[in-house]
Design a binder for this molecule. Structure first.
Ligand code: NAD
Length: 255
């Protein structure tokens, strides 16, 4: 299918996990993709990076080493889309980090870092992208919130604060840009099997059992489950959907 033909997408944190799957899915749907990640080079999964998948899809792509907390980096990533591909239609604010501490044990630096990457990074990328998105015929911003941007959880207060901020930044920006017809939505994944939670899934049987108990669907999510929802929000099938936070969580927040 070519639901994103002739579109140009910028996906942050797309070297790995959910962002990688979103970039690849967008490429398969016909988009050109700028992959922006803090890593110097895209992460390898075996011998392949996200560009292996994009090449398989015959998608045009570029890599820009980008720290989403750095305004100059972010501006350069947006400019790459505009100069290399002629514009920007879709921004996916996916870069994110997660630590587990009870609130009083959270190092203040870790609290600040989570807000800087997850919330401020989403704001900076969106701010940089809006002028280019205003020139697009079908502009979309998709933010990665989380189930923890909708409900709380233990040992995650700093992350909950950042993702709660992303959910409501999404609603605020949707209102700012409704007149411009820029759709601004968020995805709220549940437990998705990526590097972000691999250590706990592999080494903390108690936490793993707790996550399984709280996920009504009989499996955790795959990055492709989130990518499918991102394709919907990036396509013209979602043109009247804005300010929405879409759970992709196997029912976690339905309880
Ligand atoms: P991941 O760790 O596999 O990938 C995150 C990517 O972001 C990495 O490639 C990393 O290099 C990049 N990144 C980190 N800091 C960055 C920065 N400052 N600038 C640019 N890139 C940076 O994680 P994931 O599970 O794929 O998570 C993707 C998004 O989905 C995150 O926002 C995460 O919080 C959110 N999320 C994940 C889950 C889950 O269960 N995996 C659940 C809910 C929400």
């Amino acid at each position: 299918m070519n639901r994103l033909s002739d579109r140009v997408a910028l996906v942050t944190g797309a070297s790995s996990g959910i962002g990688n799957a979103i970039a690849a899915a967008f490429g398969r749907e016909g988009a050109s993709v700028v992959v922006a990640d803090v890593r110097r080079e895209p992460k390898l999964d075996g011998e392949r990076s996200v560009f292996g998948k994009l090449d398989d899809a015959d998608a045009e792509s570029r890599y820009v080493e980008t720290d989403v907390t750095d305004e100059e980096d972010v501006q350069a990533a947006v400019e790459t889309a505009v100069t290399e591909f002629g514009g920007l239609d879709i921004l996916v604010n996916n870069a994110g980090i997660y630590y587990q501490y009870e609130a009083h044990e959270t190092p203040t630096e870790a609290f600040d870092e989570i807000q800087a990457v997850n919330l401020r990074g989403t704001f900076l990328c969106s701010k940089a992208a809006v002028p280019a998105l205003r020139d697009s015929v079908n502009p979309k911003i998709i933010n990665l919130s989380s189930i923890l941007g909708l409900v709380g959880d233990g040992k995650s207060a700093a992350y909950c604060a950042s993702k709660g901020g992303v959910s409501n930044l999404t609603r605020g920006m949707a209102l700012d840009y409704a007149d411009d017809e820029i759709n601004v939505n968020a995805l709220a994944p549940g437990i998705i099997k990526t590097a972000q939670n691999a250590e706990w899934r592999e080494n903390d049987p108690e936490l793993l059992a707790d996550w399984e108990r709280r996920t009504p669907w009989p499996r955790f999510g795959d990055p492709e489950d989130v990518a499918d929802a991102a394709v919907f929000l990036a396509s013209d099938r979602s043109d009247f959907v804005t300010g929405h936070v879409l759970s992709v969580d196997g029912g976690w927040t339905a309880q």
